[in-house]
Design a protein around this ligand. Sequence first.
Ligand SMILES: *Cc1c(COP(=O)(O)O)cnc(C)c1O
Length: 333
Amino acid sequence: MQAVSVASATVGLTIAMKALGVGPGDEVITTTNTFSATAMSAYHLGARPVLVDIDPHTLTIDPAKIEAAITPRTKVLLPVHLAGLSCDMDVIGELAYQHNLHVIEDAAHALPTTWKGRLVGSGAATASVFSFYTTKSITTGEGGMVTTADPDLAACMRRLRLHGIDRDAFSRLSGNSWQYDVAEAGLKANMTDIAASLGVVQLAKLDRMWARRTEIAQRYLHELAGLPLILPADARSGDRHAWHLFICRLSSEAPIGRNDFVTAMAAHGVQCAVHYIPLHRHSFWRATLGVTEAAFPQAEAVFNSTVTLPLFSAMTDDDVRYVIDVTRSILSS
Ligand SMILES: *Cc1c(COP(=O)(O)O)cnc(C)c1O
């Protein structure tokens, strides 16, 4: 495997697709239930993001709806492992094989997720893109990593991340060899050495922080059961959910709606979030892609009821207890 460090996952997605030749006229299939960066990385290459509805159980792209979105212009399937739960990579891999497409995983939430015992990023997709942004499971402040089993693709991404130059500054300036060539239209997308040094230390803590998040998630799953709350799907048995996020839905029996729930939690000092406002609800994507709510009934139903509870490795047992107690009291009233 090769790992190419980059300035962010957003630009990592861009250079992975650029290295695969994605450009104007091409289509990239992803889901509406993601962060805008997923689709924007394709947009800035001149490609068209094609948004697919979600499976309301996993909240990730509905594998059964992908095939209908494939056209002769499709180049890439870009699944998002939302919250740290792997998409069904068997179905996605099979579709890619049948239609001769690349799979690039948005793995911004998926460290250390596994699918069928294999770590996301260890070669099942053409390329896997991780984020080390402040909110992610490990952080370098800003940063990301693209992994691939293809050494030529990795070499191309290394050029693209640094001006399209065929040699990096270290190899240029060591010894007596100042020559270099701008071989293609590169970007300025390298990870800084300072960020990388943070990443080395963070990586050593990954397993411990993941174990703690998993412990908290399992507590939520047990102690919030029985409330009018649809709890997130766990990974398949034997697999790892990264538990980057704990995304719930209020069920139709809940005594209050999502917006009031978030306000009530905040009044008790518990800050919740919503993942995500689907792309088809944002003005830019509506205007650019011509998408409306009608095409995404599942994502719409989920969006109106979804809420993300606090989940981070530094939470104390008392913090977790408090979130559970406040959630219970609001939903039992
Ligand atoms: C955070 C995030 C990104 C972008 O990551 P950056 O490193 O901030 O560029 C992309 N996709 C998803 C799903 C994310 O959550």
